[in-house]
Design a protein around this ligand. Structure first.
Ligand code: 9D3
Length: 256
């Protein structure tokens, strides 16, 4: 069992997505324990104010430190200390699949969701790690916290039904996934070039499982080479994959 506490001024932004799908079921079953904490519940003033103007002037508002300290004290009293506190912020280290796996080994994580211009710097005193999910600008940390929670929770035993699919996950292995097909075997599609029948590759209908495995490896490698060659630097390839990759690189010579 792994527990998460998410501190936010928009609890609904977290609660609604968490009720659906694989995470929703894991929470129902008790495999995951997620508590969403409304930061306003930790204010002490009549108007439940969570933000204030920046010292030194300038635009925007800053999240007040005292409600956050009180929230962390309450969570610590409930969950035990020391807490692992993760701040989502554009200034954080980049969150990756390797980070997700590492964090899934912890018994408990607190996620702080930023809003406005961010946190009062003194909050960092209580923070274990600061994470960004990528180089784009969000309106706040809630979506980032959901991304972190989702990716970490997949590694918790029992959350994803099929343990194998987590371990075998192509991205964990450092490659993009191969293409997938399901019924029907052919489907009519209209496009600029007129009506066409789109078929499933013959190999997938062949029943030859050795051939299918090899085809999937080749497709995964060729996609990765085409779209994300950077991933190949750290990918762990078996002998067959190394051979296929050599062939693919040879075939591409002069085309890029
Ligand atoms: C003008 C300077 N901006 C900092 C780059 C202000 C600012 C923009 C966006 C301050 C906070 C935010 C809200 N973003 C997050 O809280 C956030 C985030 C993101 O925007 N991108 C990627 N990862 C993350 S994690 C949290």
């Amino acid at each position: 069992m792994m527990t998460f506490d998410i501190v936010t001024i928009f609890p609904a932004m977290i609660e609604q997505p968490l009720a659906a799908g694989i995470l929703g079921r894991a929470i129902e079953r008790g495999t995951l324990d997620v508590k969403v904490r409304d930061l306003r519940d930790f204010t002490t003033d009549r108007h439940r104010v969570v933000d204030d103007v920046p010292y030194g002037g300038g635009p925007g508002m800053v999240l007040k430190p005292d409600p956050i300290f009180r929230a962390l004290d309450a969570i610590g009293a409930e969950r035990g200390t020391p807490l692992t506190v993760i701040m989502t912020s554009p200034q954080g280290r980049r969150f990756t699949q390797a980070e997700a796996e590492r964090l899934s080994g912890l018994p408990h994580i607190v996620l702080l969701c930023g809003r406005y211009e961010g946190f009062d710097e003194r909050v960092r005193e209580r923070v274990t790690e600061e994470l960004s999910i990528g180089d784009y600008v969000l309106t706040g940390g809630e979506l980032a916290a959901l991304v972190v929670l989702d990716a970490v929770a997949r590694f918790v035993p029992g959350v994803v039904g099929d343990e194998q699919s987590v371990a075998q996950d192509s991205f964990s292995r450092g490659l993009l996934d191969h293409p997938h097909y399901t019924r029907p075997a052919t489907i009519r599609s209209a496009s600029l070039s007129g009506e066409r029948d789109l078929a499933v590759p013959d190999v997938l209908m062949s029943g030859n499982h050795a051939e299918i495995r090899r085809w999937r490896k080749r497709e995964a490698l060729s996609r990765t080479l085409e779209r994300r060659p950077d991933l190949l630097d750290d990918a762990s390839l078996d002998d067959e994959e190394t051979q296929i990759l050599r062939e693919l690189k040879g075939a591409r010579h002069g085309r890029d």
